[in-house]
Design a protein around this ligand. Sequence first.
Ligand SMILES: Nc1nc2c(c(=O)[nH]1)N[C@H]1C(S)=C(S)[C@@H](COP(=O)(O)O)O[C@H]1N2
Ligand SMILES: [Mo]
Length: 417
Amino acid sequence: MAGPFDNKPLWDRRGFLRKSLVGAFSATLGTQIVFAENMPRWHTPLALQADNPLSLPAGKHKDLIILNDRPWNVETPPHLLDDEITPVDKMFIRNNGNTPESIDLKNWTLTIDGESVKKQTIFKLSELKKKFKPYTYRLVLECGGNGRSGYYPITSGNQWHEGGVSCAEWTGVRLRDVLESVGIKDDAIYIGYYGKDVHLSGDSSKPVISRGVPIRKALEEETLLAWALNGQDIPLIHGYPLRLVIGGWPASVSGKWLSRISIRNKEHDGPKMEGHSYRVPAHPIEPGSKVPDSELKIIESMPVKSVITYPKSGAIVPEGKPLELRGHAWAGDLEVAAMQVSIDYGATWITCNLRKPHNRLAWQQWSVTIPFPKKGYYEVWAKATDSKGVAQPMVIPAWNPGGYLNNACHRIAVKVE
Ligand SMILES: Nc1nc2c(c(=O)[nH]1)N[C@H]1C(S)=C(S)[C@@H](COP(=O)(O)O)O[C@H]1N2
Ligand SMILES: [Mo]
């Protein structure tokens, strides 16, 4: 831990918590330590012990699940995704490198360059805000590796369960308006982003991740250069002060700490665009087999998926009382057309109420109230179907070397007694 916690013992010569530390601890915890003067001698506060339950990045809900802390990879348990607009404290975190340490807000700029830009331009953040019209959209950001833990053989990378997804309200200017103002050459086919995070090696000349999308996706109305999240400045860990936000595709295309966008005359080739990164086999393969790079295709729109946010798995329901269930469903660039649940392992399905999305690329709320026939153990399975008639699989979908795109039905356990 940095600052006042370095090296020096926690206690003074008499065995009391050092005075200077009481203040520092309080700052770390974001609250006052009541009865600090009573803290037993030689006692290390629980919140400073190794498996510290409060060790998440500042402002995060204590029940988020840490998959990795170097770099931060933190997911949301499904029952904490119950809000229609994901609040910041419940939003998953996926960093590939280190969060930038200091942000020079006044001098923050965005460079637009690349082979296919007509006029390379540098915008100050304040200029972007002044020159272009702001828009607000709710956008689903789902990590391409969400659900990876469901694959066997195990694939490398963070073992996400269900919670690498959010749908928050982003405010900014349209990337389209900005790119059109500087001019896009006819040969433009892709854009690539660059951000100011720091490579884990500490080498600041190396980009951590630099991905992109075809120009047609970049120019969609909902693709934003955003500075606000749920009506506030974007928190540092989610990309302050400027972020590219692209709903419906793997969230890795939504570059945080955005400093540059290149308009490319070829598929963008930054780190995490190559090899197995965010690619899946173009043809079915045997699980566990090696796939040559030439037979991989890049992931674009994410597949149809849903989550049960209420009740929490393990719910106990009194006999005879119907259970109200609810959650969200989304389908990449498409809309969700139907939502169903099953309590008999997929033999029969019950249709749920399903709301229209607040805007394109926002997730949709579903709910249903179901009776259970008698006492005992049940599983509730939830299945969404997209506007093209494609449904979530009941089993784990096609294995792929990167462990991407597991959109199998979410299931919860329910006991009726
Ligand atoms: N600059 C930068 N942008 C990034 C990343 C990153 O490591 N660095 N991670 C990407 C990935 S893989 C995901 S899933 C999302 C996660 O966004 P969040 O941490 O705000 O939830 O950010 C994307 N944008
Ligand atoms: Mo991701």
